[in-house]
Design a protein around this ligand. Structure first.
Ligand code: PGA
Length: 249
């Protein structure tokens, strides 16, 4: 795992954009997994403003709330269109979204997994991190081998989202996420500091779904100083960054 500690949210977005720029330079039509949430908003704005060529890229979203059709204002699909895909220069039909209003969610999940395989797998999966350590909607207790499936939100997540949020989601599983060739997790703010510590410094446990990233050979965990504030090994990671040792490869 490469833990990259940057001073603030803007610098986190810049470092993440750098990872994406290198992906685009190495592969013309990469497959990217997209996260919803407040955390990646600055990165998404930076992607749109970057002038990078996303015309051959393809996209899958990480999760969706159940019951929200494609046009629902709170759907993650709508969020990703409004905050990233409209104005990115992506090709028509380049994005495949989980449908939270699908009549058979198990089937929707299985077809989604098949679509990811048919696209050749995900090259780079962007991830946020819940305060409770969740990735996607894989809440604490989720199997580290789980696949895309419907999943109930836990109480802490519901509290973060507000009272009118659906209680169920459909989400890529942890096993699905781990199959992406590279993972780019962003976390900012003091509220994420404990979850970041558990993800980066363990132990590996389904109690902290994000700790599954320790199993993956190519992870960029980019955090601001506030989110890094509980890391015991922060000085080491800073030293790695300053020396650009491995970073950039
Ligand atoms: P946030 O959500 O980016 O809005 O903090 C992250 C998450 O819950 O995965």
């Amino acid at each position: 795992m490469e833990v990259i500690i940057r001073p603030d949210e803007g610098a986190v977005a810049e470092a993440a954009l750098d990872v994406i720029g290198r992906l685009l330079a190495s592969k013309r039509g990469p497959v990217m997994g997209l996260a919803t949430g407040r955390t990646p908003l600055k990165l998404y704005a930076a992607m749109r403003a970057s002038g990078l060529d996303f015309s051959a890229a393809r996209f899958f979203n990480l999760d969706e709330l159940v019951g929200l059709g494609p046009e629902h204002p709170d759907s993650f699909r709508r969020f990703l269109r409004a905050n990233l895909l409209d104005g990115l220069g992506a090709a028509e039909g380049a994005a495949r979204f989980l449908d939270g209003a699908a009549p058979d969610l198990e089937r929707e999940a299985a077809e989604y997994e098949a679509a990811i395989r048919a696209a050749g797998g995900i090259d780079l999966q962007i991830l946020g991190l819940g305060r409770n350590g969740h990735i996607g909607f894989n809440e604490p207790g989720s199997s580290l081998g789980s696949r895309t499936r419907p999943k109930a939100l836990d109480k802490e997540t519901l509290a973060d989202y507000g009272p009118d949020t659906p209680r169920f989601s459909v989400t890529m599983g942890i096993g699905t996420i781990l199959e992406a060739r590279a993972l780019l997790m962003l976390a900012t703010g003091e509220g994420k500091a404990e979850a970041v510590r558990r993800v980066a410094e363990g132990p590996l446990s389904s109690e902290t779904p994000g700790s599954a990233l320790q199993l993956h050979p190519r992870v960029y965990l980019i955090v601001d100083e506030a989110a890094a504030s509980r890391l015991a090994r922060a000085e080491y990671w800073r030293w790695v960054w300053e020396n650009k040792w491995r970073v950039g490869q």
